[in-house]
Design a protein around this ligand. Structure first.
Ligand SMILES: *Cc1c(COP(=O)(O)O)cnc(C)c1O
Length: 379
């Protein structure tokens, strides 16, 4: 089945009691049992909910996995993966990733005795060298946020297999439309569904998708025991969002390409980070593992002062100054003071994330308007 057909039909069957084509929002906390222990597969809504079940099936299908699990946010999904581990276990993670993931690892889990080592995962030798006897999990993000670095998923999956450790890929930036990590050998795919899957900036949610039944059991146990589950209304919104994922992503990719080239040719723009440029260091790997290059990019200005960056950030009219990404509307963001403020400045600079870097989430408006807006703001 082709992607568009799959996204429109994934997880959704006509409602058995009415034939409703859209999965109803089952706004209930519990289910009446016929006799003690005799039920229709639903007992209590923290453990099971029909709207959530439809969405979890959809998650599995769109990532070519067997099992999907929905969580109250992307970070709640990440939290569940780390709860597979025990004190003394070690995680090798990317040194250039979502700030909230870094914060969860360093500020919450490190104090429970789980060790985190950060490496440049684009460099396979560094990943291999960092693995020790205690390593249980490799955590990567590709393309990374916000510098658009690319990691070879198949190659890291091979390293993970060889060392009997799990590989989890945060696939939020690419979305399942552009990249499917399970097909490349990953054990778990994580998404912040808040972004491209929801697609309309109206919901917070996360998910995990996997193939291994035992891993699914462990993660389902954590999901119901810790309770970070999304409500049925939020599940309905993401189910609806997934139906147009292919249409939105096509336009994100087209607009992304136009905006990236506009920026690169602008005399006042310094570097542009977009993985669709042939001279981008990750271009060959990105072309191999992705179906397109998306609408996420970052850039610096030739006048590299923070004040100049702040001036541009405050002068766009179509691009809204906000955190988050992946919605239909274009957003502009200052990683150093917004999305990545939780990473210490020293760490940020070391990883190439300068104080004047500007990140764009290019939306699905008309490209001409987006370019005109940036042109006016850059001045
Ligand atoms: C937003 C985001 C997260 C966290 O997801 P929430 O839904 O905000 O909890 C994780 N990873 C990436 C790449 C993100 O962009």
């Amino acid at each position: 089945m082709k992607l568009g057909t799959k996204y429109i039909h994934a997880g959704t069957e006509p409602d058995p009691s009415t034939g409703a084509i859209m999965t109803p929002i089952y706004q209930t906390s519990t289910y009446v049992q016929e006799a003690p222990g005799v039920n229709k597969g639903f007992e209590y809504a923290r453990s099971q909910n029909p709207t959530r079940k439809a969405l979890e099936d959809a998650y599995a299908q769109i990532e070519n996995g067997k099992f999907g699990l929905a969580f109250g946010s992307g970070v709640a999904a990440t939290d569940a993966v780390i709860k597979l581990l025990s004190p003394g276990d070690e995680v090798i993670a990317a040194n250039d990733m979502y700030g909230g993931t870094y914060r969860l690892f360093t500020k919450v889990f490190a104090k429970y005795g789980i060790r985190f080592t950060y490496v440049n995962t684009s460099n396979l030798a560094e990943v291999e060298k960092a693995i020790s006897k205690q390593t249980r999990l490799l955590w990567i993000e590709t393309p990374t946020n916000p510098l658009m670095n690319i990691t070879d998923i198949a190659a890291v999956a091979a390293i993970a297999k060889k060392n009997s450790v799990w590989l989890c890929v945060d696939n939020t930036f690419a979305s399942p439309y552009l990249q499917n990590p399970l097909d490349l050998g990953a054990d778990i795919v994580m998404h912040s569904a808040t972004k491209y899957l929801g697609g309309h900036s109206d919901v917070i949610q996360g998910c995990l998708v996997m193939n291994d039944a035992d891993l699914r059991e462990q993660l389902y146990f954590i999901q119901k025991s810790c309770g970070a589950v999304p409500g049925p209304m939020d599940c309905f919104l993401v189910l609806r969002g997934i139906k147009t994922l292919h249409l939105r992503m096509q336009r994100h990719c087209e607009n992304g390409e136009k905006v990236a080239h506009f920026l690169r040719n602008h005399p006042k723009v310094g570097r542009v980070y977009w993985c669709g440029f042939e001279d981008h260091p990750g271009y060959a790997v990105a072309s191999k593992q992705m179906r397109g290059f998306g609408g996420m990019m970052s850039f610096t200005l030739k006048d590299d002062s923070v004040d100049n960056a702040k001036r541009v950030l405050s002068s766009t009219r179509v691009f809204a100054l906000a955190e988050s990404l992946g919605g239909v509307e274009s957003l502009i963001n200052h990683p150093a003071s917004m999305t990545h403020a939780s990473i210490p400045r020293e760490e940020r600079i070391k990883n190439g994330l300068s104080d004047s870097l500007i990140r764009l989430s290019v939306g699905v408006e008309d490209a001409e308007d987006l370019i005109e807006d940036l042109n006016r703001a850059i001045g």
